[in-house]
Design a protein. Structure first.
Length: 143
């Protein structure tokens, strides 16, 4: 099994980001500019990093305590049928995300939200579509 030490470090980083974000939310009286969003970004990143590291630590400790279940989990993870199902589910989720993301951009633009927020969403949307087109072209050339 791989070592869990990096996940303990990530857990500490996540708690630090979470605590720092909450501290700045409570102490900054009148935030200006980037300080309006930075504490909330720290809280979100802290929660995500902490949750991911705790999940990995729990999974690895469970796999270390039960090698038979760990072997079966590895077989299930690499099974072709399960991989095909996962890829098909990802494709369906991507198809739905394109329409939902487009509708969200339209709704935000009609609400008159700040132009920077709208442009960030549009650039992210265009990046996803460009990424899709790039790999579609590469896979088309392969097959």
């Amino acid at each position: 099994m791989k070592k869990t030490m990096p996940f303990y470090f990530l857990m500490i980083v996540g708690v630090g980001l979470l605590a720092g974000g909450v501290y700045f939310i409570k102490t900054i009286e009148d935030p200006q500019g980037m300080l309006r969003a930075l504490p909330y970004i720290c809280v979100g990143l802290g929660c995500v990093i902490f949750g991911h590291s705790i999940g990995e630590i729990i999974i690895r400790s469970a796999m270390n305590s039960n090698p038979a279940a760990a072997k079966q989990l590895e077989i299930d993870k690499n099974d072709e049928r399960n991989l095909a199902i996962a890829n098909r589910a990802k494709a369906k989720a991507y198809d739905m995300m394109i329409f939902v993301f487009g509708a969200l951009i339209l709704a935000i633009s009609l609400m008159g939200i700040d132009l920077i927020v709208l442009l960030l969403l549009v650039f992210a949307y265009m990046f996803i579509l460009g990424y899709n087109s790039y790999y579609r072209y590469n896979y088309f050339k392969e097959m």
